[in-house]
Design a binder for this molecule. Structure first.
Ligand SMILES: [Zn+2]
Ligand SMILES: [Zn+2]
Length: 198
């Protein structure tokens, strides 16, 4: 077990969107971004790892799951749309992040994940132009520190403030991305209170 993190005054409530070196196809991840490092930083009270699901199939998942759990973190995966949804539903994770592009197949694929009754977080929906009208109210909407500022977040999120539960995520790929300052600013401006899932 890694050392228990020493809590800091800037500790966040929850961060469930974090990538590590297990996201092998993602060129934004640096070699230093290991599960052990994330656990040691302890930037949030609840920390979950959500590496790309397509990088975890073919026998990698078991080692990933063991390492995440052994570090005392929540076990997630980020699922890239309908092509991976049915397979991902069979894996014993704590929660899903889901790439839901604005297409019918992706809204349908979502149903397989929701049927597991585990939390499903719609990842950076403003960046994908996800049509929230197509989403069941059981979905959690993400305010993503990496992407939220790249669009007119007021126009996207203000109409749905009371329709969905919200989760804030860093989408960290590097150690210095472990933060949610912009996402928290946006949530405060919108009057949104995050839902703590674990
Ligand atoms: Zn993503
Ligand atoms: Zn991500």
């Amino acid at each position: 077990m890694p050392e228990a993190p020493i809590s800091t005054s800037v500790q966040m409530v929850q961060d469930l969107h974090i990538h590590t070196t297990y996201s092998a196809s993602d060129t934004s991840v640096v070699p230093e971004m290991t599960i052990a490092l994330v656990a040691a930083v302890g930037h949030a009270k609840v920390v979950g790892i959500s590496d790309h699901f397509e990088n975890l199939v073919d026998g990698v998942f078991d080692a990933y799951a063991w390492e995440v759990r052994n570090a005392g973190l929540k076990l997630g995966v980020e699922v890239d749309g309908h092509a991976w949804a049915a397979e991902a539903a069979d894996y014993p994770v704590d929660y899903y992040l889901y790439h839901c592009r604005d297409r019918r197949a992706d809204y349908r694929g979502l149903e397989a994940l929701l049927a597991t009754r585990r939390p499903v977080i719609i990842a950076h929906p403003n960046a994908f132009g996800t049509d929230w009208r197509q989403l069941p109210p059981a979905c959690h909407m993400e305010i993503n520190n990496r992407y939220v500022w790249r669009s007119d977040w007021w126009a996207y999120y203000a109409p749905i403030r009371d329709r969905f539960p919200f989760v804030l995520g860093s989408d960290a790929h590097q150690p210095n991305w472990l933060g949610q300052s912009v996402a928290r600013h946006v949530a405060t401006r919108l009057g949104i209170e995050e839902r703590v899932l674990f």
